[in-house]
Design a protein around this ligand. Structure first.
Ligand code: APR
Ligand code: ZN
Length: 375
């Protein structure tokens, strides 16, 4: 058994920004108190991994093990861990849920802050690290570090899920899909019979569409400059898809005309401050709400005329779709098992772990929705 031992395994190490990842043998220390060591079975790539690797993330710490959309099996647990045992099927949670902090005590937010500072610095809650490679310590990433055969996470950053679920599919519930789906259901709380528009039809936008469908929206307009994204968006529930490049006028004006005064709910799933403005301004006067989901580059700012808000539009944002992570992700897994969340539709390619750099290239071409790596 590997319990209590250092595990040697493969990981994709990010030695420095802007460099391809390098598959290395690393050592993973046993879990300390309130920690869990996991064998990762599948992981997907998300833009935040690419963003940090690009060097643009001011919080990025190198060398590190990236990755935060994963699923796996508990290998061993540290002292005081009673919630998990070896063999449990689990999903790491980059927003933890401690049930204790000011944020966890509020019904209004999912932003547990218990380990926020150490997580941002790339270390475990006790300030130390569990990974070494070639005699160097590696930093953790978003409390998850799923680009490794084995990883260690805080027990508040992990949830147990139905073992029937396929790792390859449910790893997507670790970030993008849950985020979009929850933005519609929790943050906007879309109502039956309303009109919605989704800007950006990648994984996050597609998941937002699923949330709008579940809430009973009567019109769901997809907005994307890449028309190749339209067929899947329609299959998942968009009633119309439009390309802003095909209009002379700003897209917000076009949308207001198409919808007799504007949308009840709009969602920005791109991460572009200009489309954030357009999404707000496409909202109906008096009650329209726009939700920012996409992550803009560090230092960027949004703008609009205050009149837009004075006349009754609301601008909101969401992280991880507002889901209280430990409570919600196991339920989302159950919904995916009933095919209410058709995760297979999001997987455009599958690759072996060692081809992870190819997966990053696919992410940048705009051709893939999600690439899943079999670890
Ligand atoms: N107008 C309309 N659509 C656009 C525009 C634009 N100006 N620019 C890009 N898009 C479209 C792209 O064509 C693509 O289909 O937005 C979509 C974005 O999808 P992905 O790149 O696949 O991103 P996704 O994984 O869905 O994440 C979306 O959320 O997590 C954040 O940082 C992430 O900001 C990103 C966003
Ligand atoms: Zn908390």
């Amino acid at each position: 058994s590997t319990v209590g031992q250092v595990i040697k395994c493969r990981a994709a190490v990010a030695w420095s920004p802007k460099e391809p990842l390098s598959i290395e043998e690393i050592e993973v220390a046993p879990p300390k108190a309130s920690e869990v060591r996991i064998k990762i079975c599948a992981t997907a790539l998300c833009h935040t991994d690419a963003y940090t690797l690009s060097g643009a993330d001011p919080e990025g710490t190198f060398p590190c093990v990236l990755g935060h959309e994963g699923a796996g099996i508990v290998e061993s647990v540290g002292e005081n861990v009673t919630e998990f045992q070896a063999g449990d099927h689990v999903i790491p949670l980059y927003i933890p849920q401690c049930y204790n902090c000011k944020f966890c005590s509020s019904r209004k937010t999912n932003l547990c802050s218990k380990i926020r500072l150490t997580q941002g610095r790339g270390v475990m809650p006790d300030g130390t690290r569990r990974f070494t490679c070639k005699g160097k310590e590696l930093f953790h990433f978003m409390g998850c570090s799923t680009f490794s055969e084995y990883t260690v996470v805080a027990d508040i950053s992990l949830c147990k899920v139905n073992p029937v679920a396929d790792f390859k599919k449910v790893c997507l519930l670790g970030c993008g899909v849950s985020t979009g789906y929850g933005a519609a259901l929790n943050t906007a709380a879309v109502e039956k019979g309303t009109k919605c528009a989704v800007f950006g039809l990648g994984a996050v936008g597609l998941a937002t569409i699923l949330g709008c469908v579940k809430a009973g929206a009567s019109k769901i307009i997809g907005v994307d400059i890449n028309e190749d994204k339209f067929p899947l968006a329609k299959k998942l529930g968009c009633t119309d898809c439009i390309n802003p490049k095909k209009f002379e006028k700003p897209i917000q004006e076009a949308l207001i005309e198409l919808t007799d005064g504007g949308l009840d709910y709009t969602f920005e799933c791109i991460g572009n401050v200009h489309t954030m403005r357009a999404a707000l301004e496409a909202c109906h006067k008096g009650w329209g709400t726009s939700v920012i989901i996409g992550v803009a580059g560090s230092g960027q700012e949004i703008s609009t005329r205050p009149f837009q808000l004075v006349t009754g539009r609301t601008w909101k944002g969401t992280a991880f779709g507002g889901w209280k992570s430990k409570d919600s992700v196991p339920q989302l897994v159950e919904q995916s098992l009933k095919n209410e969340i058709p995760l297979d539709q999001f997987i455009t390619s599958e690759l072996p772990f060692e081809k992870i750099n190819e997966a990053f290239e696919l992410l940048h071409t705009g051709k893939s929705i999600r690439t899943v790596l079999n670890v």
